[in-house]
Write a protein that binds this ligand. Structure first.
Ligand code: SAH
Ligand code: SF4
Ligand code: F3S
Length: 460
């Protein structure tokens, strides 16, 4: 009997989700999976034996969009073979393009945005009246892409990928409008979840055996700004989460340098569960470019915060995002970025070529650079950083670090894999039973993207 003919779940149907984009989108896919599972579907092993395929999309750069469009193009063939296959487009492109997607891809059945994940229920269980009400239908196709100011109070089921580390949304949307960025248009205005709801979710994660949480928001430092009543700010939220028994490690992404406060540095220093790692996107080392980007800080402001962090938190690892080739970026501006990488010595960077995004302010700026210059600058920063990362990783050889074991290594199935508190990936030999525990590992060899070591002792 083929997989396909075996019945599955109470609906007897299977879903497959393909995710593009950031951690927030990956977590949204866990919510989409949660909703579909609750509706009686089960997860298929791939797209071939699925009855519903969801593409959860990202529009942060043109390349991410192109990847999605070519994948969606391929799905046309799958639909020809199996006309009963349902195809849904979710995420940031869905929100931006809405019904337009039907014009180019008539075989798409449902388009829903990041605020509309629970609209899947009426779509897949079409009680005709409910479906009409919750989604806007035309010729059998549905869209649900409206901004929902109340989305932050919703409690959606989540089907998580792992069993040790969990993502937890603490806020949605972004009000920053960095000149290059599409996120405020795709994810809407900033909304914080009530602290109570966040803590309840984390308590049940702890009860379910999870040991680490990563708090998600586009700008976590402004958590709570718009909440009324007994609400807390982001450092306050960290204190509350810290009190939850069973959770051993707390991380968060992403922090905005402008709102990164002394109070937060103190909370990171004083709360042992908060890991010694910070992702703080710099974007550029040039004040002129930072201003054009509408980032709200200078390089000096940024550097001062890094110094403060390093003075307060021993051996903190710092990572960043860099954009090269922003409109108007001269050789000198670019050099400032290279100098910043050299001066700060990040543990790792994500570097991108500036990409034009529809509706953003940067589109109208003079001095757009050609692809060749952007590519050259990108290779230069990557090369520069490679040397810094190697040096930093090498300095860890011989040291002993606490590693939270996540599972079998994806690249080397005989080894276990986990992360240090500073978010470095460590592979080592050990028993499966160690998954979910914190093990002391001596680092024997440092490679560019991961470390190799041996377990010293299991202490929890
Ligand atoms: N809210 C987070 C993450 C935003 S998206 C933050 O503010 O840091 C992640 C990264 O993508 C950004 O930090 C930026 O470096 C990059 N990015 C965003 N828009 C871009 C664009 N139009 N072109 C190139 N990189 C971009
Ligand atoms: Fe985009 Fe800036 Fe908001 Fe980050 S802070 S999501 S880069 S607008
Ligand atoms: Fe992409 Fe949307 Fe995340 S544009 S980076 S999926 S917020």
């Amino acid at each position: 009997m083929s997989n396909k003919s075996k019945s599955c779940g109470k609906a007897g149907l299977r879903f497959h989700i393909r995710t593009f984009g950031c951690q927030m989108n990956m977590h949204d896919s866990e919510k989409i999976a949660g909703v579909l599972t609750e509706a009686g579907y089960c997860e298929s092993s791939g797209s071939d034996d699925a009855d519903v395929i969801v593409l959860n999309t990202c529009s942060i750069r043109e390349k991410a969009e192109q990847k999605f469009f070519s994948e969606l193009g391929r799905l046309g063939k799958a639909k020809e073979k199996n006309p009963r296959l349902k195809i849904a487009v979710a995420g940031c492109i869905a929100r931006q393009r809405g019904k337009d997607l039907f014009r180019r891809f008539p075989y798409v059945d449902f388009v829903f945005g990041p605020d509309n994940i629970d609209n899947i229920y009426p779509w897949i269980m079409p009680e005709p009246a409910a479906a009409q009400e919750a989604t806007s239908q035309s010729e059998g196709r549905a869209t649900a892409i409206e901004y929902n100011p109340e989305y932050s109070t919703k409690k959606l089921p989540v089907k998580r990928e792992g069993q040790v580390r969990a993502w937890v949304s603490i806020m949605y949307g972004c009000d920053n409008f960095c000149a290059y960025c599409v996120v405020p248009y795709t994810r809407g205005r900033e909304r914080s979840r009530p602290a109570e709801d966040i803590c309840d979710e984390i308590k049940s994660l702890a009860d379910g055996g999870f040991r680490e949480v990563t708090l998600l928001g586009q700008n976590v430092n402004s958590y709570g700004k718009k909440l009324s009543g007994e609400s807390c700010d982001f450092p306050g939220l960290l204190y509350r989460i810290h009190d939850i028994d069973g959770i051993e490690r707390i991380r968060f992404v992403t922090s905005h340098p402008r709102d990164f406060s002394e109070k937060l540095i103190k909370a990171m220093r004083d709360l042992p569960k908060v890991c010694e790692h910070l992702h703080l996107p710099l974007q550029s080392g040039s004040d002129k470019i930072l201003q054009l980007m509408n980032r709200g800080y200078t390089y000096e402001d940024y550097k001062r915060k890094i110094d403060d962090l390093r003075n307060n938190i021993n051996n903190i690892a710092i990572t960043t995002d860099i954009i090269v080739g922003f409109p108007g970026e001269s050789d000198e501006d670019f050099q400032r970025t290279a100098d910043a990488l050299d001066e700060i010595g990040f543990d790792g960077i994500f570097a991108f070529k500036y990409s034009r995004r529809p509706g953003t302010k940067a589109l109208e700026l003079p001095g757009h650079l050609d692809e060749r210059v952007k590519s050259q600058r990108l290779s230069m920063v990557l090369k520069l950083q490679e040397a810094v990362t190697s040096r930093k990783n090498k300095s860890l050889e011989g040291g002993v670090y606490e590693v939270l074991v996540e599972g079998k290594s994806a690249t080397d199935g005989d080894r276990l894999t986990g992360r240090t508190r500073t978010n470095k990936i460590v592979n080592f030999y050990g028993e499966r039973a160690l998954i979910g525990s914190i093990v002391r590992v001596k680092i024997l060899e440092a490679k560019q993207h991961s470390l190799y070591g041996e377990a010293i002792q299991n202490h929890s």
